[in-house]
Design a protein around this ligand. Structure first.
Ligand code: BGC
Length: 286
């Protein structure tokens, strides 16, 4: 990637050569689950790239405020908004506020996700429903609200070549089965097919829908898989590139997918996993 990060976007070069170009200048983004882990990294990176950002979260006001402060320090606007993405009315209210205060939404990063791990014989319906509700239904509710706004506004070429961009945060487990995590893997497989179907449905309306499939990223969700030297060494047997991913590895991919630099990328899943998907018989305790 480093060799072409300064390449101008097709048809939309802002010109100028001194200061680094902010590829998302003038755009409004909403990131779910943005006060920790990957969502936090993505929200900060979108802000640094010039977007105003709605920092959605469900718990942890202080962490959300800290992310907002980081975005503001980079010169962009930030709003924190507490909402459960699996709750229809809370999602509707969040988008209404975002559009009311920022004018519109150009970018949705549907990132909020959780794990409730269990062998299938012990998995409760609540564990199943919680994971499907947040990871999959949450992405549906947010995507629907975002699409309604994108369609209302249409393309504004001075802002972006597309009427809107949706990035669905998936996982390598959209394709790697994961014993002991059937609810999580089912949610991610569902995200993949939802993302591709939306991409096909919405491309004629100039809305781009894509996915990112992170591998093992150093975040609280999989702390057990990296926090001890033994766990880390065992994780490394699954990652050809020889290191764990950092939130910023995902954030850089999200900025690119949200920007006009990826304008012809539609319905793609970008695997950002250090090569983890190259291994077949996979399993981690994360
Ligand atoms: C999971 C992590 C896991 C990683 C690789 C992610 O989607 O949330 O817990 O370490 O996939 O298995």
């Amino acid at each position: 990637m480093p060799s072409n990060t300064s390449a101008p976007a097709g048809g939309s070069s802002a010109g100028g050569s001194a200061a680094p170009r902010k590829v998302l200048q003038g755009q409004k983004a909403l990131v779910t689950g943005a006060n920790s882990g990957i969502g936090r990294g993505v929200a900060l990176a979108l802000g640094a790239a010039g977007a105003d950002v709605v920092v959605n979260y469900i718990q942890g006001d202080e962490a959300a405020n800290e992310v907002a402060a980081g975005i503001e320090a980079a010169g962009s606007r930030a709003l924190t908004h507490r909402a459960d993405v699996s709750n229809e009315s809370q999602v509707e209210q969040m988008f209404a506020r975002a559009v009311g205060e920022l004018g519109t939404i150009d970018i949705l990063v549907a990132n909020a996700g959780l794990q409730r791990d269990s062998p299938i014989n012990a998995m409760t319906l609540e564990q199943w429903n919680t994971v499907i509700g947040v990871n999959l239904t949450g992405q549906f509710l947010c995507a629907r609200a975002a699409v309604r706004e994108f369609l209302r506004r249409g393309v504004v070429r001075s802002v972006s070549l597309a009427a809107g961009k949706i990035i669905c945060m998936s996982s390598v487990h959209q394709m790697i089965p994961w014993a002991g995590h059937a609810n999580y893997a089912a949610s991610k497989g569902g995200i993949m097919m939802m993302m591709e179907s939306l991409a096909q449905e919405l491309a004629p309306r100039h809305i781009r829908v894509n996915g990112i499939a992170p591998g093992a990223i150093r975040t609280p969700i999989n702390r057990r898989a990296w926090e001890t030297p033994e766990a880390y060494a065992s994780l490394m047997t699954l990652i050809p590139y020889g290191r764990i991913g950092e939130p910023n590895d995902i954030a850089r991919a999200a900025v690119w997918l949200a920007s006009d630099e990826s304008d012809y990328v539609v319905g793609a899943t970008l695997f950002v996993d250090g090569g983890m998907t190259l291994f077949p018989g996979f399993a981690t305790g994360g």
